[in-house]
Design a protein around this ligand. Sequence first.
Ligand SMILES: NC(=O)c1ccc[n+]([C@@H]2O[C@H](COP(=O)([O-])OP(=O)(O)OC[C@H]3O[C@@H](n4cnc5c(N)ncnc54)[C@H](O)[C@@H]3O)[C@@H](O)[C@H]2O)c1
Length: 228
Amino acid sequence: MPATDGPSGHLGNLSTSGVRFPVKLATVPVKDVGLNAAIKAQTDPSFEVKPRIFEEFALAGRVAIVTGGNRGLGLEFAIVLAELGAKVYIIDLPETPSSDFTAAAAYVKRLGSSFEYRVSDVSKQELISKTIDEIAQENDGKIHVCVAAAGILGIEADCTDYPADMFKKVMDINCNGVFFTAQAVAKQMKQHNIAGSIIFIASMSGSVTNRVCIVARSLPQEMLRNRQ
Ligand SMILES: NC(=O)c1ccc[n+]([C@@H]2O[C@H](COP(=O)([O-])OP(=O)(O)OC[C@H]3O[C@@H](n4cnc5c(N)ncnc54)[C@H](O)[C@@H]3O)[C@@H](O)[C@H]2O)c1
């Protein structure tokens, strides 16, 4: 829970890495969850003891966006958001969504939620901004959740030989595309005063080398066969 210096929640200037800027944190109301619930239950016999975690994460009436949700992790995230009750917009490249997407869309419909598919490219700032603006307009400006899951692996190559054009493409999607997505969503959230969540999907491959691929590729074929 963020600390505040009083009921107004105003913290004044904070210093982070020598940079000073005005920060305002909203006062967070104390909820009857976790230890607070346990303590209340101890002293208040009328307090109903029941699991509250599902209510905490409920997204009924909320609008969520998932980039790269036509398949893979993005599609799994989209299903979770729909299970929690959100109306989920999936943004991806193909004109026609995948068969996995179609199956998921039918499934979440039966759960009482919905999937909407939009074609766009996160690496194109104007285009992704336009797509997200349109989604906001369809929902009275309200976007509550965004999961930026669109990403590519690029080619498998030794980093010392990695081609410049491929590296630029990876950065365009995985780095710039995530920024453009967050920027467009944040603009809408700010404009409509929504304290939503923007979630970035990273990979351990961003900080460590997946050495096993390189080792395996450099092993003689016979040794590789023995490893299977
Ligand atoms: N799969 C894993 O085990 C794993 C683990 C950790 C992190 N990640 C990360 O999660 C992200 C997604 O991984 P995945 O395995 O689901 O990948 P995936 O290839 O299965 O799915 C990625 C999706 O992003 C879409 N996409 C690519 N470029 C796009 C663009 N310019 N605009 C819009 N959509 C675009 C693709 O069409 C695809 O549907 C990646 O950033 C990846 O590094 C994956």
